[in-house]
Design a protein around this ligand. Structure first.
Ligand code: URA
Length: 240
């Protein structure tokens, strides 16, 4: 069926005259166009969009990531683990600490950094006037490797995407990578921690700072001074 093309003048009917639905639709479009052009002239650059579905909050996003992870068997580490250590803390955190992977205590409790290194991390967090509840703590991998060996490439490949999703959900102002392994993995570099630390590095729309791992500090307390310097930088940036 041939259709007659419509002009703007077709849309102003006489009173009482039945309106063609196509005409009515195009009249509405023209009014909308006039309204938007007027708004643009007034300097309006965008209109607020109201959706029936509120944007999922960070708590919900993290829940969804946890659900997706499920009873993960994506790599061989699932055979040895007691618990998946997903991460813990404040989903709205402005500061996220990322370690290497769970050790024995973390494997038992299902929470990151709860052993000796974790106690030192708590002190480090407190030293910059924050609490564990205010920050978020996670690891590159979520299952304990046997004998606490370093995670292997296939394990990182399977697990790191979930950490990235967590970081993208939380969108912290600062990420602190704890130790060589976390720093090198996140930054995809082979650079030494001693040259990576002490400065903010741009990472996924946020700022990353690397520092020594608390477990390393337990063995090398002379490095505490360096960590304190890094923490002061974090505190300054966090509260700015
Ligand atoms: N070391 C880590 O890297 N992560 C933990 O959760 C505990 C110890």
């Amino acid at each position: 069926m041939a259709t007659k093309s419509l002009s703007k003048n077709d849309f102003f009917n006489q009173p009482g005259q039945m309106e063609d639905p196509r005409q009515e639709f195009q009249r509405i479009l023209y009014s909308l166009q006039d309204f938007l052009l007027y708004q643009k002239e007034q300097g309006v650059e965008g209109l607020p969009v109201k959706s029936d579905q509120p944007a999922p909050g960070k708590v919900q996003l993290l829940e969804e990531i946890k659900k997706e992870l499920g009873d993960c068997k994506r790599c061989k580490l699932h055979r040895y683990r007691r618990n998946i250590v997903f991460g813990s803390g404040n989903p709205e955190a402005q500061l996220v600490f990322v370690g290497e992977g769970p050790g024995g205590d973390e494997d038992i409790q299902g929470k990151p950094f709860v052993g000796r290194a974790g106690q030192l991390l708590t002190k480090i967090i407190n030293s910059i006037d924050l609490t564990r509840e205010e920050v978020y703590i996670a690891n590159i991998i979520k299952c304990r490797p046997p004998q606490n060996r370093n995670p292997e490439p296939d394990e990182i490949k399977a697990c790191e995407p979930f950490l990235i999703k967590q970081l993208d959900a939380i969108q912290p102002k600062i990420i602190c990578a704890l130790g060589t392994f976390a720093a090198q993995t996140l930054l995809e570099t082979g650079e030494r921690i001693s040259s990576l630390r002490g400065r903010f590095i741009s990472y996924r729309n946020t700022s990353l700072i690397a520092t020594f791992h608390p477990a390393y500090l337990l063995r090398n307390p002379q490095r505490k001074r360096d960590v304190w310097e890094d923490m002061k930088m974090i505190r300054k940036e966090y509260f700015s």
